[in-house]
Each structure stands twice: as C-alpha cells, then as structure tokens.
Design a protein around this ligand. Structure first.
Ligand SMILES: Nc1ncnc2c1ncn2[C@@H]1O[C@H](COP(=O)(O)OP(=O)(O)OP(=O)(O)O)[C@@H](O)[C@H]1O
Ligand SMILES: [Mg+2]
Length: 136
C-alpha cells in the first residue's frame, strides 16, 4: 500500500509530562483500531525502547544510524506491542553529528503492507491509514 503517513509527534522540553506514556498508549490504541502504527523513539534515554523489553545497550543499530549513517529505517524496526524504530544513547550526539550534513535529508520508509503492528493478527490493510508516531 502506498500513501502518506500521518505523523504525530510528542515533544516537550519539560521532562516527565507523559510523552513516552502517551506515545505508547495511543500507538497501541490506534493499532487496535486497525491503523498501521510505527512508533519512533528519538529519545536517547530510550524509555519507549525499554518499555518494549529491549536493552538499548544491546542493540546494534538505532535511529542514530538512520539519521547519521543513512541506514534504512526498516532495518532498525522491531515488532513488539507496536512496531518500534529503536533508540540508543548515541542519539544524544545526533545533533552534532548531523551538523555536518549539508542538507536536510528525509527519512524514507518503505514499509511492506504485510508488516502489521503488534500482534500479527490480520487486518484490513486497504482501509487502514498509515500512521507514524514520533516519541521524544
Ligand atoms: N496519566 C498518568 N497518570 C499517572 N502517572 C502517569 C500518567 N502518565 C504518565 N505517568 C507517569 O509519569 C511518569 C513520566 O511519564 P513519561 O516517562 O511518559 O514522561 P516523559 O514526558 O516521556 O518523560 P521524559 O521527559 O523523561 O522523557 C512515568 O512514571 C509515568 O508512568
Ligand atoms: Mg520520555
């Protein structure tokens, strides 16, 4: 299925205001309603990544490599409660690493229609709006 994804970003400089909690709960709720959801953990603290039972220190690659090393985002997505593009502590240096990149580079997502969120129960892909959620 081709189409533009809707991006919902939860970002706030203030800490502890439920950005991560909202991202996960809304992501799961939308997935249960048949939306194709990808959560993206852009926080070097990796709370969303850890919430899915993953140890960021054991990950080979993360969103850092997508942003800085042009690794295709599909390669760092894991499927848990929701599909998640994982974070690691090196994201703390992403801004500096990206300062040498001359132009803004879009992250392209080629996400097979067969790739469903969370539990792989069948859903009507044709009626589901692609949905992306970003977590800070
Ligand atoms: N609706 C809620 N009721 C009670 N506690 C909540 C609620 N939402 C979130 N919390 C709790 O508040 C704390 C902070 O939530 P969370 O980690 O989602 O915030 P955050 O904005 O992502 O924080 P950070 O800035 O550290 O990334 C957590 O302990 C979470 O369990
Ligand atoms: Mg958080």
């Amino acid at each position: 299925m081709e189409g533009k994804a809707k991006v919902i970003a939860f970002a706030n400089q203030k800490g502890g205001v439920a950005k991560t909690t909202t991202t996960l709960n809304l992501g799961v709720a939308l997935a249960e309603r048949g939306k194709r959801v990808l959560t993206v953990d852009l926080d070097p603290q990796s709370n969303l990544t850890m919430s899915q039972g993953l140890d960021p220190e054991e990950l080979d690659r993360s969103m850092f490599d997508v942003l800085v090393h042009k690794v295709p985002i599909e390669e760092i997505i894991v499927s848990r409660e929701v599909d998640l593009a994982v974070s690691s502590i090196d994201l703390a240096g992403a801004e500096l690493a990206m300062s040498s990149i001359r132009r803004e580079r879009p992250v392209r997502l080629r996400w097979p229609a067969s790739r469903m969120t969370g539990t792989s129960r069948p859903r009507s892909v044709s009626t589901a709006t692609p949905m992306l959620m970003y977590c800070l």
